[in-house]
Design a protein around this ligand. Structure first.
Ligand code: F6R
Length: 612
């Protein structure tokens, strides 16, 4: 089932669970299998609301969590033990003895026995009534990484590289992510009477399609759920976007051949059979389930030209509009000549990584560009960077003419770093310092993209300052701060990201702040003339047919962009990853029969004037 967002389906699922919870008794408790991660968070929030506002009691609920990192203390901020208490258990009336979470502190030699006992306990409670799952980008459920067998039991597993990379931000670096975890097996999950898998946002789209529509295989453990008698996948529209019915709707039934649908279908066809658009022939259409488009629009020749032109019109070296040019087929309007452009970057590096070349062009072409770093990004900065700064400061401050205040500041930072240890939560002076370090780098990066000193602003949205990844809550002050900046800058053009991101992610919350700020400020005269362009992160770049503006970069421009990205030293931004993505865009366009560029940055036009 696909929904517009994660809230309504999470509410409905909580209602379903609440019915079962209310029916539970001491003799026949309700046994629920729980997952951590972002996906179940809206479900947990709704359960908490039902407890607080509607008196739903959890006294007869028994829970079994899917998994836990091995080697983490229970109070480690990223342990699943801690996560479950923060996100659910501390806010409802669960009986502590009814909560079961694999113990990550257990010695390796005792793990086997522990896992057997975990299985025995589940059986002793009569098995799991409802198992909640998320899905990882490797297709894992629990931590059943590729290779997990259908009948695998609870056990210790080595985490996949991709899983560890996805957790890198939470652990402030991939090297800090544990290598092993204890997880319920696929077999354990399959024994649950009912299974519900939740998936939200663009990052899940491809793996979800493979799990639901692909072969049942142990390389994607979620695909085993196809064999379960009562498994439901509850997903939002963006997570569902790669399912055949959305990716190629013409293959599953009649479609309205709008120009957007034609572009999507023809690009798909060209890719599938490896031909440029203008070389497609009638047989290609007929043999690939697209005969009706020919019937409606004449032969392949006309369809090809139409789509070729659409693609051609997305390409522009003038992202802010080309002065004096006929703009009827250009992505941006020519007027006003000098636009006020606001580029929103959720963390300081995001915009430079995704659109550093476009930023440079906008500035070069005379637009008034403001780069807004929505959050400080301080959670990404490693301790080592803060320590380095504090040590240098201490050395300077302890010179022949000591600066006592600076000395004491440096020592405080060092002391706080020692105290919190490698995985501890950063106290606010440390976060503040890390934010300042990133600010300096962001200024350098902005300058490398040609922006003047005053053209970069730091909103430091409060939701970020008081949160951690996956645990952020947007607040009124965040929307207020965003609205104030919109009202002041009255942009003609906005660049932003996060529109289809996983809803609790930092990018999604930054976009929500923008959307809600727009709703407040959007009746200003400027809003009627403002165009919004979205860019995407590396997890799910825009597909070729989704690109409404393609800004080519020459080799020299790409090199300058990489140079700008390299300024983000404290967060070890991988500039080659960005280059590869941009080069891949260019290669894709080339293979469709467009001009051959070195690299392309891509944008999608927000469907209506207002971001909704
Ligand atoms: C968590 C778990 C994992 C996650 C999956 C998706 O207990 O078992 O399988 O469900 O990695 O994580 P999120 O929801 O954070 O995208």
């Amino acid at each position: 089932m696909a929904y517009a967002d994660s809230l309504e389906p999470s509410r409905q699922l909580a209602e379903e669970a609440a019915l079962l919870i209310r029916a539970a008794t001491p003799e026949k408790p309700f046994v629920i299998g729980l997952a951590t991660g972002s996906s179940p968070v809206p479900f947990y929030r709704e359960l908490i609301r039902l407890h607080r506002e509607e008196g739903l009691s959890f006294r007869h609920v028994v829970s079994f969590n899917l998994d836990e990192y091995h080697g983490l203390r229970r109070d480690h901020p990223e342990s699943y033990h801690r996560f479950m208490h923060d996100q659910l258990f501390d806010h409802v009336d669960m009986v502590p003895g009814n909560i079961h979470i694999p113990d990550g502190t257990i010695r390796t030699e005792d793990v086997y026995e522990f896992c057997q006992e975990y299985e025995r306990k589940i059986d002793a409670f009569g098995g799991i009534d409802l198992q909640i799952l998320g899905i990882g980008r490797t297709g894992h459920i629990g931590f059943n990484e590729p290779g997990s067998a259908l009948d695998s039991p609870t056990r210790m597993i080595a985490l996949d590289r991709l899983t560890r990379r996805d957790a890198a931000a939470d652990f402030l670096g991939e090297s800090n992510v544990p290598r092993f975890a204890i997880t319920m097996g696929v077999g354990t999950i399959m024994k649950a009477r009912r299974v519900v898998l939740l998936a939200w946002g663009e990052n899940k789209a491809e793996i979800l399609a493979a799990a639901v529509e692909g072969q049942v295989t142990d390389t994607i453990s979620a695909s085993f759920l196809q064999l379960h008698g009562d498994a439901t996948f509850i997903v939002d529209e963006t997570a569902a976007s790669c399912l055949t019915r959305n990716r190629c709707p013409w293959l599953v039934g009649p479609v309205h051949w709008s120009s957007g649908m034609m572009r999507k279908a023809v690009v798909w066809l060209a890719r599938k059979i490896g031909k440029p658009v203008l070389k497609l022939v009638d047989e290609d259409y007929n043999e690939n389930g697209m005969a009706d488009v020919l019937a409606e629009h004449g032969g392949a020749y006309d369809v090809n030209i139409g789509v070729f032109n659409q693609l051609q019109h997305t390409i522009t070296g003038w992202p802010g509009g080309k002065p004096g040019a006929d703009d009827s087929h250009r992505p941006e309007r020519a007027l006003p000549l000098r636009k006020r452009v606001v580029v929103f970057s959720p963390e300081p590096q995001d915009a430079v990584v995704a659109m550093g070349g476009t930023l440079e062009r906008l500035v070069e072409q005379g637009h008034e560009v403001t780069l807004i770093c929505q959050t400080s990004g301080n959670l990404r900065v490693a301790d080592m960077e803060a320590r380095k700064f504090a040590t240098i400061l201490e050395d300077i401050a302890s010179g022949s003419q000591p600066w006592p205040e600076q000395q004491s500041y440096a020592r405080t930072i060092q002391g706080l770093l020692d105290e919190k240890g490698e995985f501890g939560v950063d106290p606010s002076p440390v976060r503040h310092l890390k934010g300042l370090i990133l600010r300096g780098e962001a200024r350098d990066a902005a300058e490398a993209c040609g922006l003047a000193e005053g053209a970069i602003r730091f909103l430091d949205l409060p939701f970020y300052e008081s949160g951690r990844y996956r645990r952020f809550h947007l607040r009124a002050e965040d929307i207020e701060a965003t609205a104030t900046v919109l009202a002041e800058l009255r942009p003609h053009q906005i660049f932003a990201t996060g529109d289809v991101a996983e809803p609790t992610s930092l990018q999604a919350l930054c976009f929500r702040a923008l959307r809600e700020a727009w709703a407040r400020e959007g009746n200003g005269e400027w809003a009627g003339h403002c165009r919004v362009w979205v860019y995407r992160g590396k997890e799910r770049p825009l597909a070729d047919h989704e690109i409404d503006m393609a800004v080519p970069l020459s080799p020299i421009q790409l090199e300058r962009k990489l140079n700008a990205i390299r300024k983000f030293q404290s967060i070890r931004q991988d500039e080659w990853e960005a280059a590869t993505l941009n080069q891949k865009n260019a290669a894709n366009y080339d293979s469709l029969g467009m001009a051959e560029y070195e690299a392309i940055e891509s944008f999608q036009r927000w469907p209506s004037a207002a971001p909704k």
